[in-house]
Design a protein around this ligand. Structure first.
Ligand SMILES: [Zn+2]
Length: 69
């Protein structure tokens, strides 16, 4: 809840504005930054763009993946 309150107080309640305030946007991916500096990992399945904390990615990888062309 503290995070939500901070977002509301500082960024008008919108995550896009929060991201923009930190310089993130279409040209700077916040997920890429999380991988680089935040300890996030990418799904190891080729073609899959899922990114997240390691435990959640391992969980995700265990699920069936659709074939990607
Ligand atoms: Zn995946």
């Amino acid at each position: 809840m503290a995070e939500a309150a901070l977002v509301a107080a500082e960024y008008g309640g919108t995550v896009p504005r929060l991201l923009a305030a930190h310089g993130y946007g279409p040209d700077k991916s916040v997920t890429a930054a999380a991988v680089t500096g935040g300890g996030w990992v990418r799904c190891s399945v080729p073609g899959c763009t899922y990114t997240g904390a390691e435990a959640s990615v391992r969980n995700h990888e265990a699920k069936p993946h659709k074939e990607t062309a």
